[in-house]
Structure formats: C-alpha cells, structure tokens
Design a protein around this ligand. Structure first.
Ligand SMILES: [Zn+2]
Length: 121
C-alpha cells in the first residue's frame, strides 16, 4: 500500500472572502459575511433584515387569515346557493390564502409561509 505524501514545503491557505466584497445594505467591506437572497450582508444588517421579516411574517399570517375567512364565506355561499360542495371552490380558497400570505410575507421565508398557509386553508 502506497502512502500519500504530505507537502510540508507549501502552505495551503483557506479561502477568505474577497476584499472588494461589500455589504449589500450598508456598503461596509466584509471579511466574514452572511447571505440573504444571495446578497452578501454584514451581521448587523442581517439582524435588521431578520427583525423586519418577523413583522412581515405576522402580516402574512394576518392577511392569510382574512383571505381564509373570506374564502370560507365564499365556499359556504356557493354551497348554500347551488347545493353543491365543489372541490374546485376549495382549491380557489387555497390559492386565495396562498396569494394573500405571499403578499404580506417575504419571499425569503417560503418554508415558514407554507407552514402558516396550510392550517389557514
Ligand atoms: Zn451591512
């Protein structure tokens, strides 16, 4: 069995963030950085972005709930008028809730949004 040679003559440095990389929000040059939607951000701006997203999550759930209530009324109205319980109406209600939650929410949190959308629908 042949052993692999270890190179002691040459140092292998880890790759650091390139010096021209800047925070997308405040423009500060970055040595270590976080990404949000593929944009580089410093830790401070990421914290601010996350605080903002918390608010929009609540807004998303609120808008979704309103759409869900309207959808339930629509579903009841149609079934009371026609006597049919249409699966298609339920699908439309689901779409209404999804659109409303997406309007209120941030596109960067799809997993939390879908978790919120399902019980509302
Ligand atoms: Zn920043």
């Amino acid at each position: 069995m042949e052993e692999q040679e270890i190179d002691f003559e040459r140092a292998h440095f880890e790759q650091h963030a390139s010096p021209e990389l800047q925070c997308k929000s405040c423009g500060e040059s970055l040595t270590t950085y976080h990404t949000l939607n593929g944009e580089p951000l410093c830790a401070r701006c990421l914290g601010q972005a996350n605080a903002g997203r918390q608010g929009s999550f609540i807004k998303a759930v609120l808008l979704g709930s309103i759409a869900g209530t309207l959808g339930a009324a629509l579903y009841y109205g149609i079934s009371a008028l026609t006597g049919y319980e249409l699966g298609l109406v339920a699908i439309v209600v689901g779409i209404m809730v999804g659109v409303a939650v997406r309007m209120g929410g941030d596109e960067a949190m799809p997993r939390r949004l879908s978790a919120a959308t399902c019980p509302i629908s």
